[in-house]
Design a protein around this ligand. Structure first.
Ligand SMILES: CC(C)(COP(=O)(O)OP(=O)(O)OC[C@H]1O[C@@H](n2cnc3c(N)ncnc32)[C@H](O)[C@@H]1OP(=O)(O)O)[C@@H](O)C(=O)NCCC(=O)NCCS
Length: 275
């Protein structure tokens, strides 16, 4: 955009120095076009942001569907305000995942409180606005915050595998798994579940001894590329606090923060809950 202003200024200077009215007129046209095009881009960005906000409940349910598929869980059931997933883990028998609509949040908090070993995850722009709902509803909030992220897979950064490692890509139906090894040691890996145009990444991890060498980025690149080959267009995931900067650097953007609470006090601390 700055290029348009630079050309307009240059033409104005040339016009005044050489007393060339055509150059001054051209500078004026250039200036008007640059301002109009800047306004148009701003308007398109605002419209896209508004559409994204309206799509959030749909994004949440698509992520939950892919996440459940990636973990071999039953397909989530639609409920008012979100979805309900039968997780079936100790301490986490069922999980509601929802947006922060005030109309439905109170009912979900009540349902979670009344269900043993239940979790409620809320995608929101304002975690501080949701936590009081948890506390007043008698739930135990998790301290860690996660992020629901998405990407147009065609724009995913490509990171090569560092030297000394090899990667295996396995496909089982719509589930694609990448495993990175160094000799006989498993150093990193992850999964992506493809459902139609969506690909949901899950369980991305690097062994602590192999972190910060580029393996996480390489695993994500391989998963994104395999998911595109399988027909996916859009990537979705829930990022841990450790994962979020890595994904942001690869081109993923945050759709909303994810805050979670439980119907009973947590027994163990869990580093990554959804990713
Ligand atoms: C998140 C996680 C998968 C990242 O794995 P990783 O192999 O360390 O990832 P990378 O090495 O590709 O990138 C991690 C960081 O190291 C940096 N890095 C990459 N290569 C590097 C190198 N050669 N030297 C120094 N830093 C390097 C990256 O820039 C990145 O920095 P950033 O986080 O500030 O953006 C790993 O920390 C992990 O398993 N955490 C626990 C589980 C978890 O939270 N998983 C994510 C679930 S969503």
């Amino acid at each position: 955009m700055w290029f348009g202003y630079v050309v307009a200024v240059a033409l104005t200077v040339v016009g005044f120095v050489s007393l060339d009215l055509r150059a001054i007129a051209l500078a004026f046209v250039m200036l008007v076009m640059t301002v109009l095009s800047e306004w148009y881009r701003g308007r398109q960005a605002a419209l896209a942001a508004a559409a994204d906000a309206a799509d959030l409940p749909d994004t949440v349910s698509r992520w939950a569907r892919g996440w459940a598929y990636a973990r071999g869980l039953p397909r989530p059931a639609a409920v008012a305000g979100g979805v309900r997933v039968e997780v079936g883990e100790p301490g986490r028998s069922v999980e509601w995942v929802a947006t922060d609509e005030a109309d439905t949040l109170a009912g979900l908090v009540d349902a979670v409180r009344a269900t043993p070993e239940a979790w409620l995850s809320v995608v929101t722009e304002s975690p501080a606005g949701v936590r009081p709902w948890f506390l007043e509803g008698g739930l135990t909030p998790n301290e860690a915050e996660e992020a629901l992220m998405s990407i147009d897979l065609a724009t995913h950064e490509v990171r090569e595998l560092p030297e000394g490692y090899r990667a295996e890509v396995e496909r089982d139906g719509g589930i694609i798994t990448v495993t990175v090894r160094s000799g006989e040691t498993t150093a990193a890996g992850g999964t992506i579940a493809v459902i139609g145009a969506d690909a949901v990444a899950d369980r991305i991890q690097t062994d602590p001894d192999h972190r910060r060498r580029g393996l996480g980025g390489a695993v994500m690149s391989l998963l994104a590329s395999a998911a595109r080959e399988a027909g996916a267009v859009r990537g979705l995931l829930v990022a841990s606090e450790m994962g979020e900067p890595l994904y942001a650097g690869l081109g993923w953007h945050v759709e909303g923060r994810l805050v979670t609470a439980r119907s009973a006090a947590p027994r163990t601390s869990v580093e990554s809950r959804h990713g």
